[in-house]
Ligand binder design. Structure first.
Ligand SMILES: *Cc1c(COP(=O)(O)O)cnc(C)c1O
Length: 368
């Protein structure tokens, strides 16, 4: 019995008949863009997250790009303004800032939660700071009262990158994606709410922001053949919206399956060489990933592979060490770098069996 990192085939098959029926309905309808399927999914997802507006778009990166672009269009931000962002995130969070001519200011994460360290944020705030972007990395809520307090004190927008945390809750209440001023969501197939291709959405409460983003993602058009902004074609197609609407119904159930695997790992992996994630609040983690740390990470990964367990590193090279951001290559973010050197993501998904989890635990505990 092998343990794959994630079997998307199984994930789709778990709701296979309903997904196939939804696809067939769209194919037969003859209506493939900007129709009922998008309207229904947007309404259901907005209500699931707990906000007034959901604007679907082509992918998660675009969702984040549109948020900052809309703040520029509305005059709330100016080119060159600064956005505080965690130094350890997927590159898309940062690309969305630089794509808009804004300046990312990287701040270290907390070594225990892997999320933006609120105690280091204030020192990074300048006259030009306009926003803090939190990234609910690995599926864990990154919001803290301290970060909310700083946003109010300095009049900053709070933008959430919710690409990895669909369904996560802050203190058992508000869902991530409804906490800040605007949130970007990704429906990349491997995400907790994944399409069968690319997809994304913005959620927010503000009517003006929502209208601007809706226009930007559709050529900048406010009405057919009337263009207010130089937008782009960044639409979610009807087939993906229909698939997502099916999968949304099962999201909470699927999250509980992820949590069951995570709980089993937390309770049973007992190896002094392994640092497990700290989970003070199970509602505040949807386990998009199950990240462990190990000083001998590469050796452990090879050992697991030799024993039929597939793992993935999230991520091997931090953004400030990437060639695309050469100007940061000499900067030092020791915590971020240590996480990148030690992190390893164990298999976790709603379709993973407890037998597979048990096998993994046995192998992990035998690692010397
Ligand atoms: C996946 C991801 C994105 C981008 O989503 P795409 O749909 O792949 O464009 C952005 N931020 C984070 C943290 C992600 O994990």
């Amino acid at each position: 019995m092998n343990v794959p990192f994630l079997s998307l085939k199984d994930v789709t098959a778990a709701h296979g008949e309903e997904i196939q029926a939804a696809i067939k309905r769209v194919v037969d309808s003859g209506w493939y863009l900007q129709g009922e399927e998008n309207a229904r999914f947007e309404k259901n997802y907005a209500s699931y997250i707990g906000v007034e507006h959901c604007i679907s778009c082509a992918n998660g990166l675009d969702a984040l790009i549109w948020i900052f672009r809309a703040y520029l269009e509305l005059g709330i931000m100016q080119p060159g303004d600064e956005v505080i962002v965690p130094a350890n995130t997927y590159i898309a969070s940062i690309l969305a800032i630089t794509e808009n001519g804004l300046t990312p200011v990287l701040v270290e994460p907390d070594m225990n939660t892997y999320q933006l360290d609120g105690s280091k944020v204030e020192a990074a705030i300048t006259e030009r700071t306009k926003a803090i972007m939190i990234v609910h990395l690995y599926g864990q809520c990154a919001y803290t009262e301290q970060i909310g307090e700083l946003c109010r004190k300095y009049n900053l927008k709070l933008v959430e990158d919710n690409a990895q945390a669909h369904g996560c809750r802050f203190q058992g209440g508000a869902r991530t994606g409804s906490i800040g001023d605007a949130a970007g969501h990704s429906f990349y197939p491997g995400k907790n709410l994944g399409a069968l291709g690319d997809g994304g959405a913005v959620t927010c409460k503000d009517d003006e922001l929502a209208a601007c983003i809706r226009a930007l993602a559709n050529y900048g058009s406010t009405k057919k053949y009337v263009f207010k902004y130089t937008g782009r074609n960044s639409r979610l197609d009807e087939i993906q919206a229909a698939v997502l609407d099916v999968k949304l119904k099962y999201l909470d159930e699927d999250t509980e399956k992820r949590r069951a695997v995570a709980r089993y790992y937390v309770e049973n992996i007992k190896n002094p060489a392994i640092i497990l994630p700290q989970v003070p609040d199970w509602q505040a983690h949807v386990f998009h990933l199950f990240p462990i740390r190990c000083a001998r990470r590469d050796e452990l990964q090879q050992y697991l592979a030799d024993n039929g367990v597939q793992t993935v590193i999230h991520y091997p090279i931090p953004p400030h060490k990437q060639e695309c951001y050469k100007e940061w290559n000499k900067l030092s973010f020791p915590i971020t770098e240590q996480i990148h050197n030690e992190e390893l993501s164990l298999p976790i998904s709603p379709t993973m069996s407890m037998e597979q989890a048990a096998k993994l635990v046995r192998i992990m505990n035998d690692f010397v």
